[in-house]
Design a protein. Structure first.
Length: 170
């Protein structure tokens, strides 16, 4: 059964960091459940402006976790500092897909756009491309810890609210 639990106190000021975790079974409904959870968490913490992009990217990573692993997954939603949101997905498959196996480069959005233009007829395999195009930062790393029985990989992305042009000009 999936559970949602705050990992750190949320009673502090609105800018304080917080974390929520949701354990997901390997089930096709996991993406829908993760979107609903994410929507509720962001609305509760006054970060609703990130909801659309965060839902899309979370759905892509959760769907990949369900498709490419045979065990459970875990969604973690974290507010870091300066209204930065980090969403990470852990799954039991240790293989980190390219290009998440290396840090993003300064030209990665351009590279991702070039890949998208070259594969206009593709009907699958665009989830990580969407993450690369829409996230402010992203990455992945392997998890292998026999002591605690944790293995697999963690893929993550970060979003920050976009500053409005009039705010920048002021």
């Amino acid at each position: 059964m999936a559970t949602v639990a705050p990992q750190e106190p949320t009673a502090g000021p609105p800018g304080d960091p917080w974390t929520y975790s949701l354990r997901l079974p390997n089930d096709p409904r996991a993406a829908r459940i993760s979107r609903a959870t994410l929507r509720a968490v962001l609305a509760s913490h006054g970060m609703a402006e990130l909801t659309d992009t965060a839902e899309l990217l979370t759905c892509e990573l959760v769907t990949n976790a369900v498709r490419h692993s045979d065990g459970p997954a875990q969604l973690r939603i974290r507010h870091l500092c300066e209204s930065r949101l980090r969403v990470s997905i852990w799954d039991t498959n240790p293989t980190i897909p390219a290009p998440f196996d290396a840090p993003p480069s300064r030209l990665d959005r351009f590279t991702a756009l070039t890949e998208a233009a070259a594969n206009l007829d593709a009907t699958s395999g665009r989830g990580l491309l969407i993450v690369r195009l829409c996230a402010d930062n992203w990455g992945g790393y392997p998890l292998a810890d026999d002591l605690f029985g944790i293995s697999g990989k963690l893929l993550w992305f970060e979003l920050t609210p976009q500053q409005r042009a009039y705010e920048i000009a002021a």
